[in-house]
Design a protein. Structure first.
Length: 154
């Protein structure tokens, strides 16, 4: 009777899957980044669009994709301001307005430390750029992940 040699490659398989997962998530993060930039150029105020576009960054850590901006104005463009503020459905708001922000404020005064002048702020509608970059392309991201895992190599 002929002998059977068996080789177990579990470690190599797991390494290949980990590498493919990291690659897939990095591709997805870069795609989200590019869609967010495209959304900014289409919807953000023209004065802020170039700087905000360059401030979009992404990173992948332990299987988690993070895409965002470090510009302080980013959340105000994404979510709106004053009575036009729209909280994302999953946010827990701790105020009586049910997530509608500073309802009733027609305008407010603020000091801009960059140009060292006072400005009057008025409510601005939400111009989402990050959320649509993710939600509008979920099928595409799933295909990227499936493809990378299917073609995983050591």
């Amino acid at each position: 009777m002929a002998g059977v040699d068996m080789e177990i490659n579990v470690d190599a398989f797991l390494k290949a899957m980990e590498k493919a997962t990291d690659t897939a998530l990095e591709i997805v993060a870069a795609k989200i980044d590019s869609y967010a930039v495209r959304n900014i150029q289409a919807t953000a105020p023209k004065k802020l669009a170039p700087e905000l576009s360059h401030a979009i960054t992404h990173q992948v850590n332990n299987g988690v994709v993070e895409v965002g901006t470090n510009m302080q104005v980013g959340p105000y463009i994404e979510l709106g301001t004053g009575p036009m503020y729209q909280s994302p459905p999953e946010y827990m708001e701790n105020n009586a307005q049910g997530g509608k922000g500073q309802a009733g404020l027609a305008s407010w005064l603020y000091f801009d430390p960059v140009d060292r002048q006072f400005h009057i702020g008025t409510p601005q509608p939400a111009r989402p750029f990050l959320r649509p970059a993710i939600e509008d392309h979920l099928d595409e991201y799933q295909k990227i992940i499936d493809n990378e895992l299917h073609n995983a190599k050591e």
